[in-house]
Each structure stands twice: as C-alpha cells, then as structure tokens.
Design a protein around this ligand. Structure first.
Ligand code: PEP
Ligand code: MG
Length: 758
C-alpha cells in the first residue's frame, strides 16, 4: 500500500468504525456506509450489492435512483457487478459501457456515469457482495482508491455477516453459481466412491474482527506471529519427519523464502496502519497477491502461490490462536477431508461415520495413513496438486477414486451420473458380500486361506462381514496411535481378549508393536530427542521393542493373559537377524514363566511367527525356520527395501511395480528357503489385496493371503476362477524368461481365461 492509500483507508475506516458502532439498524448502517465512502473517495456514486436468494441485490446507494434499492437484482456472472462476484476480482474501467459484460439497468439512472470501479466483498473465500463507485467523468481510478475500496470491502464483510444480511455462505447452490465445476486428477490410493463437503484438515481461519481498536497492539501480534512461524519452519527443516531432499526440501526452501520476506511483513504492517486488525491485514495482503497472481498465467508461479497460501494460513492460525485441526472441531456432515499429507494417527481422530473420503496433495500406496484409510473403507485420492486454489471449504465434492478423479462443485447432471455409478458400485459390493459364505477354493480344488488385516476394535466386525478365515495381521500399534498416552497393560489385554472372543475359532495373528517409521507417537520419542534422517530404516518396530523392553514385556503379558486357555499366534515385525527373534521370544518365555508362578491360566498353545520385511532375513531363513510356526511376508516394507524406494515418498509412488520379476523371483526364493520346514507362509502386505498381484502370488505358491477387508470379495472371486496348476506353470515360464511387461502379460493371461482383474 502506498502512504496515500494508508491515509485514505484509515480515514474511511475511522468513520466506518463510528457507523458500525452506532445503534442504528443494518439497513441504516449500509446507507451511511455508502455516504461515507462516496464522500471520502469524492465519488458521485457508491453502491453496495449483496447476495440474497442467489442474486446480487442493490442494498444501498448514494447517487443512483433510490427506487432501484432492493429492486435491481443481478445473477452472479451477469453485468459488471455479477462478473466481479463471479470471478472474485476487481474491475477498474474508465468507460463502463465499453466492457463486454456491461448490462444497462434503466431503473438506476446510471446512464450518465462513465467510469466504474468495483471490488468483491468476500466471506470465507466466496464473494457475498460487491462494492462499487461510479463517476460522471470517464477516468480510471487510482491504485490508492482501489486499495481503499478493497479494505473497506473487508470491513463490510464483517458488518453484513454480523447483521445476517446475506445468504448463508455454506450453501451449495451458491457454490455452483459463483464458480463452476472443476475436475481434480490424481493417483488412486484407495479405491471407492464418495460424496461430501470439502473439509480442510487445517481449516482456514475465519476472521471475526476487521477494524482494529489498537494499532500498536496489532503490530505486536504480527511480529510475534512471524517469530513463531519462522521458528516452526526452521524446526521443520531440522526434523526428519519432513524428509530430507526432494520435494519436501524445495517446499521448505520456498516457505523459508516467504517467511523471511521483508516485503510481505511490510505490506501487512501497512495494512495494519490503515486501521485493520492483524488477521484482516494478513488476509488483505493475501487477497491482493491472489488477484495479482491470477493475472499471470504461469504454472510455476501458481505452485509458489499455493505455498504462500499455506504459509499465510499458518500465520493466520498462529495470530488468531485457532490452532486445532478439523478433527478437533468435529465433522458436521458427510465430509471429504483435504490435506497436504496426514499421519495415520491424525486420520484416526476423525469421526468414522462422517469421514467419507480423503484427498491428499501427496500420499503413496503403502504409506500408513493410506493403509489406515483402506482399513476404514475410506477412498483416497492422492497426488493432487494445488487444491487450495480450486477447492474451498464447504464445496461439494464427488470423489471417484476408482477413476482417480474428483469433481468440485458439480452441476446437477453430474451429481445424477455419479449417483448412478455409486449405485452400481454398491451393487458390486453387495455381490462380493454374497461371497461371504463361499469358500475360497480354486478351480482345481485348492483351498486358499483368505484372512483380513485389522488393528482397531471396530475392525473386528469385518471378520463376520467378509467370512474371512481369520485375522492374518493384527496391527497392535493402532491402539497406541489412537491413544493420547501409552495404553496401559490392562487396556491392551482387554482389546486382545475382545478380539479373540469375537474371532471364536478363527485364528488371529497378533503383531507386536511396529512403532516408528511413519507411525510416530508423540509420547514415545527416541532418547536423544532428535528426529531421524531415515525413520523407515531407523529406530522402529522390534528395534524399539527390544531396547525399551518394558514395552514388549507389558505387551507380552497382555497377549498371554488375553489368550488364556486358547491358542496365541504372535509375530514380530522387522526381524533382520535370527537373534532378534530369539530375544523377542525370550521376553515372552519370561512372562510365561512368571504367569506360571502366579498359577494363572496359560494359553493352550503359542505359535510364534515373524514378518519377513527385511531382505537380509531371507538369507537366513533356514536357520530360523525350525523355530517358528509361521512366516508373514510384509510386502509393503519388503519392497521398499528391495527397491530402496521409500514407501511414503509420493515421487516414487508409481515408479516400481509389485509385478516386477525382481520381487516375484525374490518371493519364490523365500518360499524355496523354507521348503521342507513346517512353516505356514502367507503374504500380509497390500500387494495381496490387488487382483493381478494376488494371481501372481498364487502362481508362486502362496496359499495364505491376509488382506484389507474390502478386497476379500474380489480376491475370493479370482480364486474361484483360477486353475492353480496352470498359473504355477505360467509363472515358472515367466520367471525363467521374464516378459518385457509382466503386468500386461499376466492381465492378458487372465483375460484369456475370463478372469476379471480390474
Ligand atoms: C508390511 O510391511 O507389508 C506390513 C504388512 O506391515 P506394515 O504395512 O504395517 O508396515
Ligand atoms: Mg511392515
């Protein structure tokens, strides 16, 4: 803002403050407002149009015919006023009639005025009205005047919302009218369809007060907020959680650049000098930047703008103290959650009945947040860039993760078409549900074991819903993730007992806690308090459990007590060397011995297993095999280590294929290494829940799959159609002589046999 603009705005704001503080009714206040602005800007006409019943209605004017007030109404998009609201942009015209969108309203008597300037009145990123000035002389308004108008429009937004003068801004009818539908494209992370309103995980701050009481105090608030924000950014840079190298680092660099940008702080301070509160000043500067950026059509700049928006929102949240996520405020209706990225614990904080879908700017197929969403049956679309500029809080969204798209503010016809697809998809689900009591037996008579992965108390019902053979992976750390503090032993025992009770005769394979990697707990940090540079390969899973053995002892006791009188199946994650298994089992042996001395009822049998996730273990399986009853191949971690490709890194999400001969040959070698031992081998990674991949696994000789509940139907269907001896033979041939594209070859093989794989 120039000093002239600051002066002009301050002058108007002081007078507006008086108008707003007066005891008159809202209409009288608006009448006064147009007078004040008209006088201060020396403008012959000043008018306010507000959105009512979806139309922009002339609410107050100085200079136009008073008979037109509440009579002249325009649709959003119609005439100059409608265009301003539609595009949320400023117009500054020396000759109004020359503009292609000009539409003449005789009742206003505006024909004698030539110049025209208008700014949108914005509330929660939507235009709720328009403020405009007109002059007889054809002239363009100066930047100073436009800036003063824009500042006044912010004040008006507060006045009219407080006075309930406008339509409720959350309604969908307005969304569609003010801004057309747009389609987002991304990467399917969890299939499925969902509709709901857009909810930002980190919501935009609603600005309650625009006009400052004490300018100096507002300045201080901004200084403190900037300090805090810079601290946060610097801390993020030093934290491994934010990643080192690649995309994260670029984003962080941009954040830093903006956070320390003196131009930005100066402009905010100038806006405060003009009489705005700290929040309003930040928003005011942001609005102006947004408008400028919109005129420059450069994708690179659009990306930077997106980062600046993120940062401005962070600053607003700090300054206003509105720090909670959308989860802490609760979802009010069916919602599609929007975030740059999320941790699994953050996702679990949401109300599962209302959370219908998730759209992430990042995300990858095997990141834990995606696994949790899959377990919750929530579709996820990932890798959608720059949503902030397109999706607004409260917009209606139709998420079609099957097609890797989402429609923002859909038109009525699109909603209908979507509903039809939704109904079809539900029909398909119903058909899968009908397979509940069908045994997974192949065409040549092999009975395959199909189990489900679970981790939360609510997941237990999936066992009876899917008719699965048991729980092949119970991720015990989920209970830790959803707790604010470390779950005490008794709470663990209760959960395990309930799971076993619900499972009845069906086996449950409990995995001891796998904390670390992308599953961090605020209450359990590494001793030195430092973040790790490479958490997936760092202090996680059994490594934590063996070092903090109090944790494993408590869990061992909880599992042993919960399984009193029945069979306990327990396995250890991330075993790399056989001695790690021995050490973990020794903890169980000790607890068992203790329970014996206490004359407690012991489990009838204990079956120990390990997860094969670290490639090194494959080379020593012959040493381990005699000691274990089962082996569960965790292909999520295993493949990230085989390919040296971080499973959470969105840039690598599509780079490597599970159907690569490298993985398939490796798995076959694992199976051969345990041949002759009495070890039950299964796959419990996400790979097993995908049809083509499951087919490949059957071809390798895998006979037990533990998969996400939603996949049980589709995988049972595949099993029923395949001849195992045939796929084995084909797989032997392909692995000896890999085709160029294994996925396409396998798909063709399936299609020739009428096996549906997508
Ligand atoms: C795996 O790594 O494949 C696995 C099943 O465990 P998680 O996804 O919990 O790491
Ligand atoms: Mg794992």
């Amino acid at each position: 803002m120039t000093s002239g603009a600051v002066e002009a705005a301050r002058n108007i704001l002081t007078r507006l403050h008086e108008v707003m503080a007066s005891r008159s009714n809202a209409q009288a206040k608006l009448n006064n407002v147009v007078e004040v602005i008209g006088e201060c800007l020396d403008s012959e006409v000043c008018s306010i149009y507000l959105l009512r019943e979806g139309m922009l209605e002339l609410f107050a004017t100085r200079g136009l015919a008073q008979e037109a007030v509440h009579v002249t109404r325009m649709a959003v998009g119609e005439g100059l006023v409608g265009t301003i609201a539609d595009n949320i942009e400023t117009l500054n015209l020396a000759e109004a009639t020359a503009h292609p969108d000009f539409s003449y309203r005789p009742e206003t008597g505006e024909e004698k005025f030539h110049s025209f300037a208008g700014v949108p009145i914005v509330r929660r990123e939507r235009a709720v009205g328009v403020l405009c000035v007109q002059h007889v002389d054809p002239r363009r308004y100066e930047e100073v005047e436009i800036e003063a108008l824009q500042t006044v429009a912010m004040v008006l937004s507060e006045l009219i919302t407080n006075a309930d003068l406008i339509d409720e801004v959350d309604t969908h009818s307005f969304d569609a009218a003010s801004n057309g539908p747009e389609q987002l494209h991304g990467l399917t992370l969890v299939k499925g369809l969902a509709s709901g309103t857009a909810v930002y995980h980190q919501p935009r701050v609603t600005i309650e007060h625009v006009v400052a009481e004490d300018t100096e105090a507002e300045r201080q608030r901004v200084i403190l907020a900037f300090e805090k924000m810079r601290e946060q950014i610097d801390r993020m840079a030093s934290q491994a959680e934010f990643g080192v190298g690649g995309e994260h680092e670029e984003v962080l660099e941009t954040y830093r650049m903006f956070a320390y940008d003196e131009g930005w702080t100066r402009r905010i301070n100038e806006a405060i000098d003009s009489g705005l509160t700290a929040e309003a000043a930040i928003e005011r500067v942001q609005q102006r930047t947004r408008m400028r950026m919109r005129q420059i059509d450069d994708p690179l700049l659009a990306d930077r703008m997106h980062d600046l928006e993120d940062l401005a929102n962070r600053l607003l949240r700090i300054v206003s103290g509105q720090m909670g996520t959308a989860a802490s405020m609760g979802l009010r209706s069916d919602a599609i959650l929007i975030a740059r990225n999320l941790g699994p614990a953050e996702l679990l904080e949401y109300d599962r009945r209302r959370l219908k879908g998730v759209i992430l700017e990042e995300g990858s197929l095997t990141s834990h947040v995606v696994i949790v969403a899959r377990a919750m049956g929530v579709p996820v679309l990932g890798r959608v860039r720059s949503m902030r500029g397109i999706v607004r809080e409260g917009d209606l969204l139709l998420l079609d993760a099957d097609q890797a798209t989402a429609m923002v503010r859909p038109a009525a016809g699109m909603i209908e078409a979507f509903e039809a697809r939704f109904a079809k998809s539900r029909e398909r689900q119903a058909a899968y549900a009908a397979l509940r009591d069908v045994q997974p037996v192949s065409r040549d008579g092999e009975r395959i074991t199909v189990m489900i992965n679970a981790g939360l108390r609510e997941d237990i019902t999936n066992l009876s819903l899917t008719g699965a053979d048991g729980i092949g992976l119970f991720r015990t750390e989920f209970q830790f993730l959803v707790s604010a503090t470390l779950p005490q032993r008794e709470r663990q025992t209760r959960l395990y007992r309930d799971v076993l009770d619900a499972a009845g005769d069906k086996p449950v394979m409990f995995r001891t806690v796998d904390i670390g990697g992308d599953k961090t707990l605020p209450y359990l940090r590494h001793d030195d308090g430092e973040g790790e540079e490479n958490p997936a390969m760092g202090w996680r899973a059994l490594r934590v459990a063996l070092e903090r053995d109090g944790l494993l002892k408590a869990q061992a006791r909880a599992l042993l007590e919960a399984a009193a009188g029945r069979t306990l199946n327990v396995m250890f994650p991330m075993v790399a060397e056989p001695w790690e298994f021995d050490a973990a089992k020794a903890v169980f042996d000790n607890q068992l011995a203790y329970l014996k001395t206490q004359k407690k009822v012991l489990p009838e049998a204990i079956r120990y297993g390990v997860m094969l996730e670290v490639p090194a273990l494959a080379e020593q399986l012959d040493l381990l095999a005699p000691k274990i009853s089962f082996l569960s191949i965790g292909t999520n971690d295993l493949t990230q280590f085989l390919f040296a490709a971080d499973r959470s890194n969105p840039k690598l999400a599509e780079r490597y294929d599970w159907l690569s001969p490298a993985i398939l040959r490796f798995l076959r070698r694992v199976l051969r290494n345990v041949e002759g031992h009495n070890v039950d081998v299964g796959v419990c990674g996400e790979m097993g829940g995908r049809r083509l991949e499951a087919l490949a696994l059957l071809g390798l000789g895998i006979r037990r799959l533990s998969i996400t509940p939603a996949s049980v139907g589709p995988i049972k269907e595949i099993i029923g159609k395949v001849d195992i001896s045939q796929i084995r033979e084909a797989m032997d041939g392909w692995l000896a002589n890999p085709p160029e594209n294994m996925r396409a070859t396998l798909a063709r093989w399936a299609a020739d046999r009428e096996i549906l794989v997508d």
